[in-house]
Design a protein around this ligand. Structure first.
Ligand code: SF4
Ligand code: SF4
Length: 86
């Protein structure tokens, strides 16, 4: 790492410090309306069985909470991940 150019080291540092979030979906409450999939700006979800969201890339979540706020069934929780990626 120390032999890399400075700009590469800075990029690595910012990636290490990136905030990560956990997402939990209550599939008993979810009715598969697809609103969360549509509104997520980072395309974290894809439609799975019965249109219910499957988490494809949780590390891309920026905690904008659009999915949480727009879910009519209050089926999504997003919260900071306790252990951050090092
Ligand atoms: S917005 Fe809520 S109810 Fe609709 S698919 Fe997403 S989690 Fe399920
Ligand atoms: S909080 Fe924002 S970025 Fe994260 S999954 Fe929900 S809509 Fe996508």
């Amino acid at each position: 790492m120390k032999d890399l150019p400075l700009w590469l080291n800075l990029k690595s540092l910012s990636e290490k410090q990136k905030k990560l979030f956990n997402i939990e979906i209550n599939y008993l409450w979810c009715k598969g309306c697809g609103i969360c999939i549509y509104y997520c700006p980072k395309k974290v979800y894809t439609a799975g069985e019965l249109g219910k969201p499957q988490i494809m890339n949780m590390d891309d979540c920026i905690n904008c909470r659009l999915c949480v706020m727009r879910c009519p069934d209050l089926a999504i929780e997003v919260y900071p991940r306790e252990e951050e990626k090092l």
